[in-house]
Design a protein around this ligand. Structure first.
Ligand code: NAD
Length: 483
């Protein structure tokens, strides 16, 4: 499907800005097609956006919460109304299947509605009377937030930050990833139009813009989702001015299959397959290594392949039966290929999975046939690195101690899943180092915007979603009044 390229704007102090230098976003299904252009903003333009947000904060911080809620509700309604166009653009620029793009917008809306409904639980000051007098405990906005987001879920990972930040009285400069800047720019424009000038600003670009957004003294908080290595640069850049931070980073999530898992449970197997290959494996919270108790290993692998072959249908994101589209960009294709190649060279067996529905697209587009890696060593790159692509190693283990150690050896700790008899699985889950552990389900199927989400160790700092995800845009301010 070829269409005229769309041109999106930067938003600085309420003005829609075009620049001569642009980021051209290609279509991963047909890389010769340009889906659209976003401005490639300069450092100076980024400073203008930060200055605008800094000025707007002076009044926005003290605005009425009911007014903020009304504005956000109007924006949510407009996003819902424009869901078909936005999800289509997202699928074209990202490569994810259309149903996945629609799901991303649905979860964004779900979260924004949760934030609207619950913001007063956080912003209403608590007053306590005690023998020394009384104390008011208020949650104040922090200031200008810089939000920096990745390409894999560009809309949901931006609205996860925009909604709580603005509702609690902060202002923001958002910078999406150059690998998927278009649909998120439309959503940001819809929201920004409902708020006073300078409250929500949008710039595009890559590291240079990111460096300004993480070092500028007027930025009070950084809300970052992206890779762990990028976060290390960000922490350094922010250290001179000690900024508040929420970091949602990479993961190498494991699925642990216990000896009492029923290999004939087709529903569970389907969930696991989806949790390995949804969005071509490009999800932070997807299972990237599967450990199976040796007593059921062979039977499990056989049933897993059956389930995968049923669910995985690779092709054009707009084909109604496609479940897995192309990978988002060429770098990612090359990286995933290198991990699989490395395991193969060391003797692992590579099993192709699923059906290819559009063979004519495979060579030109950024497609990778999903694969299973069997016989890899626990320390092979395909096991220890975050593949972020459609491949997964399945490895046997002998004892629970062993598998818990293998799990916890990782530098990451984002999500994990345990599969088997429920109470047994919960016991194992309690010993796992991760921000979220799901039982007999995984990935987005186990995601619930009502509960905090985030990582431990090098998977992140802080939480998004849930009341914690709203509170993280506030600072506690205690006012003591003596008796
Ligand atoms: P990335 O770290 O390469 O880029 C993320 C963002 O940071 C982009 O907007 C990029 O332009 C910007 N950036 C790059 N260099 C910067 C710098 N020096 N200073 C400031 N900003 C800079 O990540 P990506 O490839 O876009 O996304 C994939 C990664 O994101 C994976 O590791 C994935 O696990 C992670 N992720 C984590 C979560 C989570 O919730 N924990 C969710 C989605 C993705």
């Amino acid at each position: 499907m070829s269409k005229e390229p769309i041109i999106v704007s930067a938003i600085i102090n309420g003005e829609k800005i075009q620049t001569d230098k642009k980021i051209a976003r290609e279509n991963p299904t047909h890389p010769e097609q340009i889906v659209g252009y976003a401005p490639n903003n300069t450092r100076e333009e980024t400073i203008q956006a930060i200055d605008a947000a800094h000025e707007a904060f002076k009044t926005w911080a003290w605005s009425n919460v009911d007014d903020r809620i009304e504005r956000m509700n109007r924006a949510i309604q407009k996003i819902k109304d424009q869901m078909p166009e936005i999800s289509e653009l997202l699928a074209r620029e990202h490569g994810k299947a259309l149903y996945d793009a629609q799901g991303e917008i649905a979860i964004s809306v779900m979260w924004m509605e949760f934030a609207v409904k619950n913001v007063k639980k956080i912003t209403t000051p608590e007053e306590r009377k005690h023998e020394n007098g009384r104390t008011i405990i208020a949650q104040d906005p922090i200031g200008v937030v810089s939000a920096i987001t990745p390409w894999n879920y560009p809309i949901s990972l931006s609205t996860i930050k925009i909604a709580p930040a603005l509702l609690t009285g902060n202002t923001m400069v958002l910078k999406p990833s150059p690998f998927a800047p278009l649909a998120v720019s439309l959503v940001t424009e819809i929201i920004a139009d409902e708020f006073p000038a300078g409250v929500l600003n949008l710039v595009n670009g890559d590291a240079e813009v990111g460096i300004e957004l993480t070092s500028n003294p007027k930025i009070a908080k950084i809300a970052f989702t992206g890779g762990t290595n990028t976060a290390k640069h960000i922490m350094k850049a922010a250290s001179d001015t000690i900024k508040n931070m929420t970091l949602e980073l990479g993961g190498n999530d494991a699925a642990i299959v216990l000896e009492d898992f029923d290999v004939n449970d087709e529903r569970a197997l389907r969930r696991m397959v989806i949790s390995n290959f949804l969005s071509a494996g490009q999800i932070c919270m997807i299972a990237k290594r599967v450990y199976v108790h040796r007593s059921i290993y062979d039977a499990f692998v056989e049933k897993y392949i059956e389930a995968a072959n049923k669910w995985i249908r690779v092709g054009d994101p707009f084909h109604p039966e496609v479940t897995v589209g192309p990978v988002n960009n060429k770098n990612q294709v090359d990286y995933v290929k290198s991990l699989v190649e490395d395991a193969k060279n060391k003797g692992a067996k590579i099993i192709p999975l699923g059906t290819i529905l559009n063979p004519e697209l495979m060579d030109n587009g950024y497609f990778l046939q999903p694969t299973l890696v069997l016989g890899a060593d626990v320390h092979d790159r395909v096991v220890v690195e975050e593949q972020f692509g459609p491949t997964v190693p399945i490895l046997p283990y002998d004892s629970e101690e062993e598998v818990i150690n293998l799990h916890n050896e990782s530098i990451y700790g984002l999500t994990s899943s345990v599969w088997g008899e429920e109470e047994h699985a919960i016991k194992v889950a309690r010993r796992i180092e991760a921000g979220t552990t799901m039982i007999n389900t995984a990935a987005v199927q186990g995601l619930d915007v009502h509960f905090p989400f985030g990582g431990v160790k090098q998977s992140g700092v802080g939480r998004e979603y849930g009341l914690d995800g709203i509170k993280s845009y506030t600072e506690t301010h205690v006012i003591n009044i003596p008796a």
